[in-house]
Design a protein around this ligand. Structure first.
Ligand SMILES: [Zn+2]
Length: 256
């Protein structure tokens, strides 16, 4: 080998070592930067988890207060956390995340049961037949046993009679679904509303009916005008409240 060749080889080795050293240095810098980024990211995650934990604790407190106020049974089973994706499993592997996710699942269940409970209460309250079915007239026959105006014998009267002029507006006494509209023997032109929770109201002897079967009505909605149809001794509204299909005293429900 010539001296010149040696020189070339030595120069090449020198250049290569420079390149190697430079790239190693560069890689080290890259790794350090990456490390820094990861640390910052981790710090960020920790902060986020802390915030989540803080928020969860606050919501948790509110949820248990609401449960206590609404007397919702706290022995409800909490649902398991459903099938997880690979990504979710990875996240679940870290303890703080696992705790946060568990707490959130429990809170979600808590809030759902509170909302469900409130909706149920609201539906019940909206349906209760709490107002008088007519605004004019006078009570001509009470609920309970009475002497029948037809047979003059002691007979059960399933509702109340309110004497009022033909054409007096008749209102739904609570929200519900109209389940009967039409002529029903001695009751004449009749409307029956199902208020849910095993409660129904009956409006009989009307002159005109304004709602269709299947319609949803609200409390105070005009459904008919009173009349004298069916077996009736004079213009009046016969009004019944039925619970479990058994007549009860409508005045147990009327609040106005
Ligand atoms: Zn009657």
């Amino acid at each position: 080998m010539t001296t010149r060749n040696y020189q070339i080889i030595i120069t090449l080795i020198f250049i290569m070592s420079l390149v190697y050293g430079y790239s190693k240095h560069h890689r080290l810098n890259d790794l350090q930067a990456e490390n820094q980024e990861m640390k910052a990211e981790l710090q960020g995650f920790r902060k986020e988890i802390e915030t989540l934990e803080f928020n969860n604790a606050a919501i948790s407190k509110l949820a248990s207060q609401l449960r206590a106020m609404l007397t919702i049974d706290s022995s409800d089973d909490y649902p398991g956390i459903g099938p997880l994706t690979a990504e979710e499993k990875k996240i679940m592997d870290s303890q703080p995340q696992r705790d946060v996710i568990k707490t959130q699942a429990r809170l979600e269940h808590d809030l759902e049961s509170i909302v469900g409970h409130l909706e149920h209460e609201q539906k019940f309250l909206n349906g209760l037949p709490t107002i008088q079915p007519v605004n004019e007239g006078y009570l001509s026959s009470d609920y309970g046993f009475r002497l029948s105006p037809f047979t003059h014998e002691r007979q059960m009267h399933d509702g109340v009679d309110i004497s009022t002029a033909v054409g007096t507006p008749v209102f739904a006494t609570g929200g519900g679904k109209v389940i009967f509209v039409g002529y029903q023997g001695g009751y004449g032109k009749t409307i029956v509303i199902d208020h849910g929770f095993k409660l129904k109201t009956v409006y009989a002897h009307n002159s005109k009916l304004f709602v269709r079967k299947g319609a949803h009505v609200k409390r105070g909605e005009l459904i008919a005008t009173s009349g004298n149809t069916g077996r009736s001794t004079g213009p009046h509204l016969h009004y019944e409240v039925r619970r479990y299909n058994q007549p009860v005293d409508p005045f147990r429900y009327i609040l106005n």
